[in-house]
Design a protein around this ligand. Structure first.
Ligand code: 87F
Length: 855
């Protein structure tokens, strides 16, 4: 176990506003390890403890310093109002300071204290939590982001849920509530989950642990249930300060499903996700990392679970009798349910609404519900935003193997649209599709040592079948040069066998170790790989550029993403090849370049290695010239990153599975059937015209819910049809890209919609280009380079084109964010005046090259 002695810094954070009057305290502190293995690591411990009743036991069981925190907490718990609590803040701060002064000294300009002394209990409590404090942030769709969740899942499922949700109630038709075992609850499809609402940044003073409510309810059918839950929650929290905020999940919404899925133990965050939370740990060697990890008590360490159990977290005293949800819970999840017989009707004093507890009642008030969007914004937390968008937009589901993701139909349909285009184009070029096996024998893999050398750690191997070791392990293709070329050698004899142009659509596996990201860096991905062989270099050169143009087309015309065509530097050229060309995109939010697709001229390197020879017309022997080229599902990730916004995905019409969604908006006394019929007719008209359109006629969701849902999924155009539209023979069209609303007469529906889809496609490209161009910095000196890099720019600089200089640039820019490198030398070169110097070496510059950090 890592001794706290080694820590340089210890800060105590206390949540003081959120648990007033609760019988629990949420006790949280952070330990920051500075310069341990040269990285800063913050561990935050969040623990929920009953204090009011049993502080004395804690004082005995925990060390002084921890006890002091609890005592300070307790002081606060005496507050009767928010204002009193604020006043107590001073007392509390003093308490924290005392702890700091007692055990260490405050760091200059910081709230942190140096702790020279070993505090032996603390490492036991170490827990990963990088995000906002409090257990509450686990609830709702942020939960997946919190490693802390695993604690609950490992502590026992029932208990886990109960730690965040002291009572789990299911709403029954007719306004009754029934307590439900947590596990059943997770499996329910139309359940109202009453949970603590958690810590919400916009609602700081509304966190109470026992009576908050988080609802999962099916809107249409269960709007009433929702209202009942709200009423119940209000009633329950009537005496509570601060009052709870009630959030609602709708059954079937992605948030709700995500939430429910997180309740099932199999969905716990895989370790790589936890590791991903500690970006700075990238710089650790594997050994250091292993050592560091083993130094901490891990969430799934049995002793930790044991320790948690030993805390004997007890729920509060029964607050009101005759309540179905008055439970006594011990740590193993044993529940004693209070007397639950009888029907009880309660008046909701605050809202005036009624709810009926237990059977037989009816509630009367239906309140408007809260919509849930993304919990991270693109500008503030790009990484989290991205993960959330791909999941909530239903492109990706996380899988329990690190770096592997489930590609859901919504993503695959985009892939298929690009595939249809590209496949037809290469067929026009006389490329034929084929399929080679997934497995590679070690022999051929080793044959091309130069090319494989740097990649070897990423090659995955099959070593066993059942329980028996394979005699010879088999590699899984990371790319197919070594799989295909032995057969090229066999199939190519004379000039009549040339050119040989093959392509395959397949998956490849590269066992990446750096931070996996859906679509962008995954251990298995889909791609097409083209492998061609020609008699002459000229033919090969021509094809390299033809293919590159198709890649540009995919990015710019399908995905609406501006790219730069160019050539890779020597250092960045594929080791087995002669030269590499690529299309390069840029992500303004992160200031990183991203290689979109590559088209290589392999020269004759592989031909030499694999003896791919032919005889020309004159009977002379020659070696073939080869190319290889690929684009992958990474394209989809770039699209999400470039166009997505705070409402979710934004799909360019050309790649969207659904270009348009029609939503009926029936008001109370409207001609609902008429509206539904108009929706169906609208879809039929548009579909006949080749527009990918559907109507969302589900009767269990409100129009508002549907709007957000399809916005999250990025459908380019929404058509709403309400009573007014029906009367005027029109529809209302709302653009996803800019929110613009237009009323369209149904007479001109097809033309207008086509026009709008074209405009959306163009606008997405224009906006993306404008954003990218605004990031381009043309510069000439090292100082300017360093400044621009710090400002997340895409740098265009004159370069001497020397490999050592690029290595030097990498070395000089190394750091937490990763080093800068050359991205490409654009084919379109600005003028390079005589005497221009290289920005990095001062030698005469030969070309303009793009530089930056990259994915
Ligand atoms: C990882 C493990 C083993 C990239 C790898 O770009 C081998 C490799 O050869 C490897 N990662 N590469 C380079 C792939 C080059 C080339 N292959 C055909 C392409 C286009 C398609």
């Amino acid at each position: 176990m890592l001794s706290v002695e080694k820590t340089q810094c210890f800060s105590i954070l206390m949540e003081h506003k959120h648990d007033i009057k609760s019988d629990f305290v949420i006790f949280q502190f952070a330990i920051q390890y500075l310069n341990v293995y040269q990285v800063d690591i913050v561990r935050v411990i969040t623990i929920r403890l009953p204090t009011v009743d049993s502080v004395s036991a804690y004082l005995q069981s925990v060390q002084d310093e921890v006890a002091t925190v609890l005592v300070a907490k307790r002081t606060l718990l005496r507050a009767n109002s928010y204002y009193e609590a604020i006043d107590m803040q001073t007392t509390l701060d003093e308490g924290v300071k005392d702890i700091g002064l007692k055990f260490g000294s405050q760091m200059p300009n910081s709230k942190q204290y140096r702790f020279p002394k070993e505090i032996s209990l603390l490492p036991k409590l170490l827990f990963h939590l990088r995000r906002r404090p409090l257990l509450g942030s686990i609830v709702g769709h942020e939960d997946g982001k919190s490693v802390l969740w695993n604690l609950f899942l490992n502590a026992s499922f029932d208990l886990s849920l109960r730690m965040v949700a002291p009572c789990c109630l299911m709403h029954r038709e007719g306004g009754t509530f029934e307590e439900l075992p947590a596990y059943d609850l997770a499996m329910q499809s139309d359940t109202a989950v009453v949970l603590d609402h958690g810590n919400n940044i916009e609602h700081l003073p509304v966190n109470c642990w026992l009576q908050g409510a988080e609802l999962a309810a099916d809107e249409g059918r269960n709007a009433a249930a929702l209202a009942a839950c709200r009423t119940l929650a209000e009633e329950l929290t009537e005496l509570q300060f601060p009052a709870p905020r009630i959030l609602a999940f709708k059954e079937g919404s992605s948030e709700s499903r995500y939430f429910v899925s997180r309740l099932i133990p199999a969905h716990k965050d895989p370790p790589y996700k936890q590791e991903a939370n500690f970006h700075s740990s990238k710089h650790l060697t594997t050994e250091q990392w292993t050592k560091l990890k083993s130094s901490f008590v891990h969430f799934d360490d049995p002793s930790f679970c044991e320790w948690i159990r030993n805390l004997k977290v007890v729920p509060p005293e029964k607050r009101r009798s005759c309540r179905r949800w008055d439970l006594n819970i011990d740590l193993l999840g044993v529940i004693e349910v209070d007397d639950m017989a009888g029907v009880e009707q309660r008046q909701n004093k605050s809202g005036g609404g009624k709810y009926f507890f237990c059977s037989g009642g009816k509630k009367k008030e239906v309140k408007k519900e809260t919509g849930l969007g993304l919990s991270f914004t693109k500008d503030e937390n790009f990484g989290e935003w991205y993960s959330e968008v791909v999941v909530n937009g239903e492109m990706i589901e996380y899988y329990d193997i690190s770096g592997c993701y489930i590609l859901r139909p919504w993503a695959i349909s985009i892939w298929e649209i690009m595939q249809t285009f590209f496949d037809a184009e290469i067929k026009k070029m006389k490329v034929k599709n084929c399929y080679f096996p997934l497995f590679v024998s070690p022999g051929v893999l080793q044959k091309e040592k130069d090319h494989i050398e740097g990649f070897a750690p990423e090659v995955a191997w099959v070593t066993k079948s059942g329980e028996s070791e394979l005699e010879v392990p088999i590699a899984i293709r990371p790319t197919s040069e070594t799989v295909m070329y032995p057969y090229y050698s066999k199939w190519i004899r004379g000039h009549r066998d040339l050119p040989l142009k093959l392509n395959q659509w397949c998956n490849v596996v590269r066992w990446e170790f750096s931070n996996p990201t859906p679509f962008i860096r995954s251990r298995e991905f889909l791609w097409q790989e083209g492998h061609t062989a020609f008699a002459t270099k000229e033919e090969a050169d021509t094809e390299v550029l033809q293919i590159l143009e198709l890649y540009r087309c995919i990015y710019e015309e399908f995905l609406a993403i501006p790219v730069t065509k160019g050539r890779k530097s020597e250092l960045e050229t594929f080791a087995g090849g002669l030269y590499t060309t690529s299309v390069e995109a840029f992500i303004p939010n992160t200031g990183r370049g991203i290689q979109g697709a590559t088209s290589h001229c392999l020269g004759q390197n592989f031909a030499k290695m694999f003896e791919i020879n032919f005889e020309n017309e004159k009977g002379e022997k020659g070696m073939v010239w080869q190319n290889s080229w690929a684009y992958s599902t990474r394209t989809i990730g770039v699209m999400v990153m470039v166009h997505g916004d705070d409402k979710g995905l934004v799909l360019p019409p050309k790649v969207a599975a659904l270009q348009l969604i029609v939503i009926p908006v029936p008001y109370k006394d409207a001609d609902t059937q008429g509206i539904f019929d108009a929706c169906v007719a609208t879809v039929a008209t548009l579909s006949d015209a080749g527009i990918r359109a559907e109507a969302d006629l589900r009767d269990n969701y409100s129009p508002g819910w549907k709007y957000s849902n399809w916005e999250m999924k990025g459908v380019p155009l929404r058509i709403e049809i309400g009573p007014r539209d029906l009367a005027n023979n029109q529809v209302r069209a709302v653009r996803r890209d800019n929110g613009a609303k237009t009323d369209i007469s149904r007479v001109f529906l097809v033309e207008q919609v086509k026009g709008m889809l074209d405009k959306i496609q163009q606008n997405l490209f224009d906006v993306a280009k404008q954003k990218r161009d605004a990031c381009v910095e043309v510069l000439k000196t090292w100082e300017e380079f360093v400044t621009a890099l710090g400002q997340k720019k895409l740098i265009l600089a004159p370069w001497c084109d020397e490999e050592d200089v690029e290595k030097d640039v990498k070395a000089r820019t190394k750091g937490d964010m990763g080093a800068a490198k050359s991205l490409c030398t654009p084919f379109e070169q600005p003028e390079l005046p005589e005497g221009t110097k290289c920005f990095a070496s001062g030698k005469p510059a030969k070309k303009w090259t793009y530089w930056g950090r990259s994915y």
